[in-house]
Design a protein around this ligand. Structure first.
Ligand code: SF4
Length: 187
């Protein structure tokens, strides 16, 4: 028997529905098994026994986007891969979250100036919840990002503000699927 049992009268509501749902969501973030470049090695270390992301309930890396609710974009996002990243994002069920890991993913990194083939920030492709700078970021930095994402989830509510009811009645625009055009190369 845990310390909290038998402490409250029957019928007393000790948590809100929001708190219960957010606790469930933040404690069972399942990342997609998905790496694009060298940052993915650090992501693998984050999932290994030394750093042990299972402590946070986020160690169940899934091999399909349909069972994942966390996309860790780890590595250089090229224009060729961008449409694939977006397609995988669309295949994940809601609610879903994105961590942009590493300088390349956050803003182009070492390819910012001359990398004609690199997307200058994955937030041009999918919405990002937490950014992790570094080249590459350490696994501890990714653990910190996971905790910040859990904080963000803890603040979510299923209630809709009255002022937004009318706007929410209209369907939210989704980013268009399909290939993403690369800009003209600099001369
Ligand atoms: S940020 Fe650095 S370590 Fe990460 S993918 Fe880019 S070059 Fe590789």
């Amino acid at each position: 028997m845990s310390w909290i049992e038998n402490r409250f009268e029957e019928g007393l509501i000790i948590t809100s529905l929001d708190a219960a749902m957010n606790w469930g969501r933040k404690s069972s973030l399942w990342p997609m098994t998905f790496g694009l470049a060298c940052c993915a090695i650090e992501m693998m270390a984050f999932g290994g026994s030394r750093f042990d992301v299972d402590r946070f309930g986020a160690g169940a890396f899934r091999a399909t986007p349909r069972q994942a609710d966390l996309m860790i974009v780890a590595g250089t996002v090229t224009y060729k891969m961008a449409s694939r990243v977006r397609r995988l994002y669309h295949q994940m069920p809601d609610p879903k979250y994105v961590i942009a890991m590493g300088a390349c993913t956050v803003g182009g990194g070492p390819y910012f100036k001359y990398g004609y083939h690199v997307v200058k920030g994955v937030d041009m492709v999918v919405p990002v919840d937490v950014y992790v700078p570094g080249c590459p970021p350490r696994p501890e930095a990714l653990l910190e990002a996971l905790m910040r994402l859990q904080d963000k989830i803890s603040a979510q509510t299923i209630a809709r503000p009255a002022t937004r009811r009318a706007a929410a009645a209209a369907p939210a625009p989704e980013p268009a699927a399909g290939p993403i055009a690369s800009p003209a190369p600099a001369v």
